[in-house]
Design a protein around this ligand. Sequence first.
Ligand code: PLP
Length: 443
Amino acid sequence: KDTPKDLDPQQLDRRHLLHPWTHFDSFAADGALMLDRGEGCYVWDTADRRYLDAVGGLWCTNIGLGRKEMADAIADQALRLAFSNTFVDMGNTPSAKLAAKLADLAPGDLNRVHFTTGGSTAIDSAYRMVAFYHRVMGRPEKTHVIARDQSYHGATYASISIGKRPGDKVPEFAYAQDGIHHVSAPDTYRMPDGFDEAVLSDRLVAEFEAKIKEIGTDRVGAFFAEPIQASGGVVMPPDGYLKRMADVCRKHDILFIADEVVTGFGRIGHWFASEDVFDVTPDIICCAKGLSSGYQPIGAVIFSDRIYNAMQGDRWYASGYTYAGHPVACAAALKNIEIIEDEDLLHRAKRVGGYLEARLGALSDLPMVGDVRGRRLMMCVESVADKETKTPLPDHLGVGKLISNAAEAHGLLVRPIGALNVISPALVITEAEIDFMAETLEV
Ligand code: PLP
């Protein structure tokens, strides 16, 4: 190979790295913003320019960057036992302790944990669990699942097939279609004329019931839902909707799977949003991101005793990953949870999250801002072509990217998704930093 020796990191990146979901044209023009270090809510690039990271990494750096106690926990565990698998009767202390801690934090009888490498693999594993559970329960036909438009559940073959964000499904790739169905997103911003939240809820629940009937009650095994749809547009559901959807699930022996990859671990002020915010006790919770605040790659499927007990009717659960229950990742997650508890970051997220809602809310007066929505530290600003009619701006104009580029020039990172800009900082964000965000976006 003839890679020149004097290339800087950005040039190496350009030559060798394929970036996920990155437009080739903007990448060709600008290359990557190469980050070098981080502390709290700030990151510095390789030219030592500082940015306030209002993206929270990718909705994940909940406790903030540069924590020495995290580095120590990771180093200690790496020295003590850098790896052990959790296959076939093997275990390790951090994964056992973390499983117990997650059982403690999770609602209802969700006392069992299956570790994964991230959010996508958690969704994949939960998807398999659906068919496995129903088969051992004597309902082998219940392999179909229902998810929603505008959902994002990950990028593995199964999880991207379950999701349905516009633009994610490209003609070149194959997707699982058999047995995966979708119903409407609970979009309270673009409700049909004359609707209110109650009417919208009625319609969505009726659509769900009709879809179950169409597929066959004895064939639908699970419903996947992000409590607040994240990268599909921070879609805020109508009041009471999720609980009603969960009630329909119970009635038909359909597992309710909450994708809390973004909403878990404090982003909206609770360990898990399903029960604390939406009054739903899921059968399965998938989580990742804030579980380790991004310090190590890890995800988890937290599921009920009922499912676990049923599983015992078979020989084994034939799925798992080399890095499931990775001791270093689990040690990082344990320390992360300890920090969230010790620093009372859930309360903090409620307080600063309320402030963020108010400060960003004021941007609604700007002529091109159609909507500012979200909850606490999970917010977005949507630009529109026409405020009155809520006409969306076409994706190809890349308005979100234009705004994020302008913000970046002023030392602020916000995430562009089409005509949206997502704001999801770490839980340790301060009011002064939120002021800076709002003031920068206003300009
Ligand atoms: N589920 C949701 C709601 C997500 O937002 C994401 C990632 O953004 C995933 C699943 C996939 O997680 P990961 O990227 O860790 O595989």
